[in-house]
Design a protein around this ligand. Structure first.
Ligand SMILES: NC(=O)c1ccc[n+]([C@@H]2O[C@H](COP(=O)([O-])OP(=O)(O)OC[C@H]3O[C@@H](n4cnc5c(N)ncnc54)[C@H](OP(=O)(O)O)[C@@H]3O)[C@@H](O)[C@H]2O)c1
Length: 230
């Protein structure tokens, strides 16, 4: 079974935006998890405002697979075919040259064609949205994934947590509060989540104060209402 870790920098009230996270510390801790897959939500990448493929020179060659490349594989959940910045992503130094889009049977065929033109692999799982359990199984089978770091906002975190697919939660708690009425938290409901039925029990495994009065909290997921992490 793939081991899944949700890692977020948060305000003291659990917000994932509306403050300046310590990005260096965020990725220092993230790198220590030894993940072979980074899983990102489409809204997270869209919020980063990356350059559109048409404006990037290069980046359309087939991926170069280096067996000694220890960088993680970037995997993006994108059933609606909204990511159009694959060339920029491939030029970033953080991930392997090969990348994967997770799609569903509702993903527009034209988008799958564009992915093929850009040499981006894709996995189809689920009818409307991506079936994340099936997708993780496929990532393990096809790419040998063992440890997945979820670098995303509260929506994708929430779907994964409620599906019982997350083993650990890692939070870098920053000394600030944000306005939770308009900004998003690290664990959000989606349209299918019943109100009040989505509690997740956690067991604290690490508590460290880091530079800048940031506190690192690491938890095992004990159980959710819909499944239990192992
Ligand atoms: N502070 C931090 O550590 C941190 C880290 C990352 C991001 N962020 C911030 O978080 C914000 C984005 O968070 P967000 O919550 O809006 O977006 P998000 O976490 O990126 O979640 C959106 C993703 O969830 C997928 N999804 C939604 N419902 C689903 C379902 N029922 N089944 C399967 N997949 C489902 C969507 O898939 P489809 O595309 O297929 O619809 C999409 O890929 C941004 O502001 C970003 O900067 C903060």
């Amino acid at each position: 079974m793939v081991h899944v870790i949700v890692h977020n920098s948060v305000s003291a009230d659990g917000g994932v935006e509306g403050f300046e996270p310590d990005i260096g510390l965020h990725y220092e801790i993230a790198g220590g998890f030894g993940a072979d897959v980074h899983l990102a939500g489409s809204d997270t990448l869209l919020a980063a405002g990356m350059t559109a493929d048409d404006e990037v020179v290069g980046g359309v060659e087939p991926p170069h697979d280096d067996p000694d490349d220890a960088r993680p594989l970037l995997v993006v959940v994108d059933s609606r075919g909204r990511i159009d910045s694959w060339a920029s992503l491939r030029q970033a130094p953080h991930w392997r040259d090969r990348m994967v889009a997770l799609c569903s049977r509702a993903t527009p065929a034209g988008y799958l064609d564009r992915l093929a033109e850009r040499h981006i692999d894709h996995i189809v799982a689920g009818d409307r949205r991506v079936d994340l359990s099936e997708a993780l199984t496929e990532l393990e089978r096809i790419y040998g994934a063992t440890r997945v770091l979820v670098d995303s906002g509260g929506t994708l975190n929430g779907v994964l947590l409620r599906a019982g697919l997350v083993n650990e939660v890692s939070l870098l708690v920053h000394p600030c509060l944000v306005d939770g009425r308009q900004l998003t938290s690290m664990f959000r409901p989606d349209e299918s989540a019943a109100r009040g039925a989505n509690g997740i029990a956690l067991r604290l495994t690490t508590m460290q104060q880091r530079a800048g009065a940031v506190v690192w909290l690491r938890y095992d997921v004990v159980a959710s209402t819909t499944g239990a992490a192992s």
